[in-house]
Ligand binder design. Structure first.
Ligand code: CAA
Length: 316
């Protein structure tokens, strides 16, 4: 088993090398950033984790260790492989140091267009010329981000899903100017991580959120109109459609602020009223009820408990 796992990691490293990708810088150490570092390190890449906050990166490393322990507990990983994987990750607070010798950057900073454009301008100036600049954005236009660099052909979307070590999909998003070679490399690289890449073009919400978010928004509208309660809405989708989480629980898991901002991108991008975010969603975001990350959304979360408890605000 150990040998098998080591050979998978060496094989993947070889694929990475044959693609010219050995060192990967991940910008941002939040939920998505730490999951992305986890999968690259697990597959033998040199990982440079970059964040302006060292304490956030220390927390991210602890989370990666804990998530690797889950994999060890079910026999899918070993202590030795964990030590090797964690040894592949270096942390940086200086962007210049983090990217100077990297082959690929995956940006997973906060979902804010001005922030991302600013990061990509700096990346363009600091990264080696061959380096691919990928973003894990869930809805911001890849073409727009790429247009702020002198290498739009090397800018691509590499959209991972939470929890990154578990979810198989990488949505690979081609900006209008992304080169075919960069798309092919990103697809091959995603496969080397054990993921299933699906290539799409750059339209609002891409495919994942163009379909997922209107479903979540519709569930919130149904709740707002009193068609059914939270538990009924979620159970209908869990038990009737075999979704692992109901749409309201999933909204809490993703973050209501993220759902709201993606609905706004769809609404503005298509100019169609059918994408208008539910007023209840807007109100909850404005009041700071963001779901798991703030401790309360449609459900109330207690650290250490997996019980699904409907928020008091929705009890009649
Ligand atoms: N790292 C490693 N392993 C993890 C993990 C993590 N962060 N989180 C969970 N796991 C593993 C567990 O070890 C467990 O493994 P086994 O079944 O092999 O033992 C498995 O995942 C299931 O975990 P749990 O038993 O703790 O909990 P669960 O059965 O309730 O599953 C879940 C949790 C995997 C999150 C499941 O509920 C699920 O798939 N939910 C839907 C998630 C989803 O839709 N994600 C996409 C969100 S959208 C997005 O990310 C992008 C966007 O643009 C908005």
């Amino acid at each position: 088993m150990v040998l098998e796992m080591e050979s998978v990691s060496i094989k993947n490293q070889n694929i990475g090398m044959s693609l010219g990708i050995k060192t990967v810088t991940v910008i941002g150490s939040g939920t998505m950033g730490n999951g992305i570092c986890h999968v690259f390190a697990q597959n033998g890449f040199n990982v440079h984790m970059m964040d302006i906050n060292q304490a956030a990166m220390d927390k991210a490393l602890a989370t990666i260790g804990k998530n690797m322990d889950r994999q060890i507990a079910k026999g899918a990983f070993t202590e030795e492989a964990k030590t090797n994987a964690l040894g592949c990750i270096k942390t940086y607070t200086s962007l210049e140091e983090a990217v100077k010798d990297c082959d690929l950057v995956v940006e997973a900073a906060t979902e804010n267009i001005d922030l991302k454009i600013n990061i990509f301008k700096q990346l363009d100036a600091l990264c080696p010329p061959h380096c691919i600049l990928a973003t894990n954005t869930s809805s911001i236009s890849i073409t727009r981000i790429g247009s702020h660099t002198k290498r739009p052909g090397q800018v691509i979307g590499m959209h991972f899903f939470n929890p990154v070590p578990v979810m198989k999909l990488v949505e690979v998003i081609n900006g209008y100017a992304t080169s075919k070679e960069v798309t092919e490399k990103t697809i091959a690289l995603s496969k080397s991580l054990g993921k299933v890449p699906c290539a799409v073009n750059d339209y609002p919400g891409f495919i994942s959120n163009r379909i997922l978010m209107p479903m979540i928004n519709e569930a919130i509208l149904a709740l707002q109109e009193g068609v059914a309660d939270i538990t009924e809405i979620d159970n209908i989708m869990k038990l009737g459609m075999a979704h692992p989480m109901g749409p309201l629980q999933l909204a809490d898991f993703i973050g209501l602020d993220t759902c709201y901002s993606i609905m706004n991108v769809l609404h503005m991008g298509f100019g169609n009223q059918k994408y208008a975010p539910a007023t209840l969603l807007a109100n909850m975001v404005q009041a700071g009820y963001l779901g798991v990350k703030s401790g309360e959304g449609f459900y109330k979360y207690t650290p250490g408990s997996k019980d699904l408890v409907v928020s008091e605000r929705f009890k009649k």
